[in-house]
Ligand binder design. Structure first.
Ligand code: ATP
Ligand code: MG
Length: 757
């Protein structure tokens, strides 16, 4: 049992306790995920068939890493373990079982964009005020109903929910939810939450199906159990009911998804659900230095609602935690980028040893610009992923329509893209006809003469034939041939090819990249079915972390703290530690919300193995205006013993050969350390435009009516830059300009005060 050598005594005991219910609640970095990994390997070594093991992870990336490690112990058998996120595993099961609940097996999965677009159409049809019924709000409300397993009918009947909606003046919510659910059903589509909601319906209403999976999955394991919602909790409970071989691991201090319905009670109630529970404690952190572990402990001790846990580290004491102050978000980016270059060369590290974590996605912009300026390679996780880009979604919408012509969101995307004369009015007519005649939009499209006026029918008919021709082709050809044909014959490739702007070129390359991926898929030897429909199922749930074409590339990782859960990096920067940003403004009204923010900070700090740097800016643009910022209270909460209070930039010999001499000297100058205990609060009245551009003497805006791509310009405040793209028609022409100091900005020409240089 050599492979069990890498475990301490408690970890090993938890691995060897393969039978019966097991729970591990332990702090960050204590080896919870490692226990699951070894447990699976151990089960297989004991002779359990991998097909009988189900492991639910938080991200697909985590599943992939686990599988790789297990392969090292048990070999290729590891391929057969059922392992992935809740969504991906149950989407796979629904593909097989959907007919029981009235869905086709080729159901489409609506992503958040599709769902919100459908909600917007419904609001429009119901003539509701889209400010009061904001699409995000409606989406979240429906999502949270589904995660609590509340169907439209139950929603309508629930007095408390009704009272809440009425008091917000949103008495039509129940109707919206019901229409939304019907429309998804009619379109043969499930949204993300449906993948769990419908799985629950399937398992509840079809005992024979439940039994099939209860006996199939003899061993169940769930990582990050603290972040499961009610819907997920119930699936696990149902599946485990026969064998009760269930092992869950989690950390109440890292519960950060309450806003999505995750309920920490799932951990606390586990004991009630399984009275024979075996509980294991893990107290040693193997990930981080002592300073980092101690600092993290001091942060979380500020939370009142927390299980008391001991976490200690026997690793080196390590560097103290740095706190860096910057003038502005752009300067913060610059300081972080410079610090990365400096530490990389000083300590012979790779870029992939570094991670930059932020509270909100929007903060990546300043970081990205700074990294780009210094040629630091980086990769963003969980942001706008490849599959979320417009051109990719457009082509995929054609694929979706080919396999599921009832998919209305896909239809809306491409019925008039590229333009074929089917304007908004014609589209509306199609939908109205389908509604009035109680038929599907697809039926209207392929028989337009029966439902539409002559002129509309004439433009719609060729579109229907086009999609039908794709359907015929898709029957007997491999994914790549079909995809290429669709890209060409839909007109999409040509449309992108003709757009010669930088963005157009980019979009064209992205489509090429997608086709490359499909080609690779078509040539795989380990699968039999190579149709485009199978490829589509593969990618339906892709998030950025799967779109990792080259996981070994040496890049700095950028991500929100939410996406960083479970991961670890040698050097971590947590940026934007300012009041109203982190903790977020929305969390300041209640203890519960503030404590969730603090757990988020705990998650962030515990990602670091060797070195942790916290940074904040004293001014930042938010919603278009420059605001003064105060340092986050969270910095203050760290026990000062673990902070580098008199941190000075290391004195570095700067010789003529030092390739980073300039960056190094800037770094030392700009470094400023937050001094405890009193935060320096900048008076609200200070005028702050620290680095505003001083216009050249006699600055006078030029006539920009003949502005061309490539021209050099000066902006009154943003300084000098180069025009890289122009789009739109007069008077709404937008210019994209790359400013030397500030990076890329898009300006409406009629307002921009520009001087052509
Ligand atoms: P998180 O709460 O952040 O998800 P975790 O409890 O899942 O953390 P792991 O990711 O499993 O912790 O482990 C943290 C790090 O410590 C990993 O690099 C892991 O390989 C290492 N580790 C865990 N246990 C041991 C051990 N007994 N010996 C050596 N290294 C270990
Ligand atoms: Mg983990």
């Amino acid at each position: 049992m050599d492979y069990l050598q890498g475990l301490n005594l408690s970890q090993r005991a938890a691995v060897e306790q393969t039978e019966g219910p097991v729970m591990i609640v332990a702090g960050a970095g204590s080896g919870k995920t490692r226990v699951i990994t070894y447990r699976v390997a151990h089960l297989i070594q004991k002779g359990i068939d991998p097909f009988n093991i189900l492991v639910l992870t938080f991200t697909n990336k985590a599943a992939k890493e686990m599988r790789e490690r297990i392969t090292k112990v048990v070999g290729n058998e590891a391929k057969n373990i059922w392992m992935g996120t809740f969504h991906s595993v149950f989407a796979k099961i629904l593909r097989v079982e959907a007919h029981h609940i009235g869905y086709p097996s080729n159901f489409t999965i609506y992503d958040t964009d599709d769902s919100k677009s459908l909600i917007r159409s419904i609001l429009k049809e119901m003539q509701l005020d889209d400010k009061l019924y904001n699409a995000n709000f409606v989406y979240n409300r429906i999502s949270s109903a589904k995660n609590n397993l509340i169907s439209p009918a139950e929603y309508q009947k629930n007095a408390q929910i009704q009272a809440e909606d009425q008091s917000g003046g949103r008495g039509n919510m129940a109707q919206i939810y019901q229409t939304y659910a019907q429309r998804c059903y009619k379109a043969g589509a499930m949204d993300f939450d449906d993948l769990l909601f419908k799985t629950n319906v399937l398992l509840k209403d079809h005992p024979e199906v439940l039994y099939k999976y209860q006996t199939k999955f003899k061993y169940l394991m769930v990582d990050e159990y603290q972040d499961t919602n009610f819907s997920q909790y119930l699936i696990v409970k149902r599946l485990a009911a026969v064998n009760e071989n269930i092992c869950v691991v989690g950390d109440d201090a890292q519960s950060i998804y309450a806003f999505r319905g995750a309920n920490i009670q799932n951990i606390l109630n586990f004991e009630k659900d399984y009275p024979d529970l075996n509980v294991f404690k893990l107290e040693q952190n193997y990930r981080s230095t002592q300073n980092i572990v101690n600092a993290a402990n001091s942060i979380i001790s500020n939370n009142k609602n927390q299980l008391k846990k001991e976490v200690f580290s026997e690793n080196e004491i390590g560097d103290k935690i740095n706190v860096v102050r910057a003038f502005s978000d752009n300067e913060e980016g610059k300081m972080v980028a410079e610090s990365i270059l400096q530490d990389r060369s000083l300590h012979a590290l790779n870029f992939k040893d570094f991670a930059i974590l932020y509270r909100t996605n929007a903060q990546s912009r300043a970081m990205e610009e700074a990294l780009r300026k210094l040629n630091v390679p980086y990769k963003i996780y969980g942001g706008t992923s490849f599959y979320q880009r417009k051109e990719i979604k457009d082509l995929i919408a054609y694929f979706r329509l080919t396999f599921n012509p009832n998919d209305e969101e896909a239809l809306k995307r491409v019925i008039n893209y590229p333009r074929r004369g089917i304007g908004d009015t014609s589209v509306e007519r199609i939908f109205i006809a389908a509604d009035q005649q109680q038929t599907s939009t697809w039926n209207v499209i392929i028989n337009p003469q029966s439902f539409l006026d002559g002129r509309t029918a004439a433009v719609v008919y060729p579109f229907g034939s086009l999609i039908q021709s794709f359907q015929v082709l898709a029957k007997n050809n491999n994914a790549y041939d079909v995809a290429l044909h669709i890209a060409q014959h839909s007109g999409l490739l040509k449309d992108l090819y003709e757009d010669k702007s930088v963005e157009g070129l980019n979009r064209y390359e992205n489509i090429q990249e997608l086709l490359n991926g499909i080609k690779e898929f078509s040539e795989r030897e380990d699968i039999e079915e190579k149709g485009l429909d199978v490829f589509m199922q593969d990618i339906a749930l892709l998030t950025n972390d799967d779109n990792d074409k080259n996981p070994n590339a040496d890049t700095v990782s950028l991500m929100t703290i939410h996406s960083s859960k479970g991961l670890e990096f040698s050097q971590v920067y947590i940026v934007g530690l300012e009041e109203n940003l982190f903790p977020s403004q929305l969390s300041l009204n209640s203890r519960t919300d503030l404590e969730e923010e603090r757990r988020l900070f705990y998650v962030a700090t515990t990602r670091a193995e060797k070195k942790l740097t916290l940074s904040y800016a004293t001014s930042r643009y938010r919603w278009g205006t420059l605001n003064n910022c105060e340092p986050s209270r969270f910095i203050d909460e760290i026990d000062p013993r673990y902070l580098a209070l008199d941190f000075k930039a290391p004195s570095v010999k700067t010789s003529a050969n030092d390739p980073f001499a300039k960056e190094r000297s800037n770094w030392s100058q700009s470094q400023d350390v937050f001094t405890k205990p009193k935060p320096k609060v900048i008076p609200k009245t200070t005028s702050i435009l620290p680095k505003a551009h001083q216009p050249s003497p006699g600055f006078a805006p030029s006539d920009t009516s003949n502005l061309q791509v490539g021209m050099e310009v000066e902006h009154e405040r943003f300084g000098f830059g180069k025009v890289i793209n122009l789009e739109g028609t007069k008077p709404e022409i937008k210019a994209t300009i790359f400013f030397k100091e500030l990076g890329q900005k898009q300006l409406l020409l009629k307002f921009a005060k520009l001087r052509i240089v």
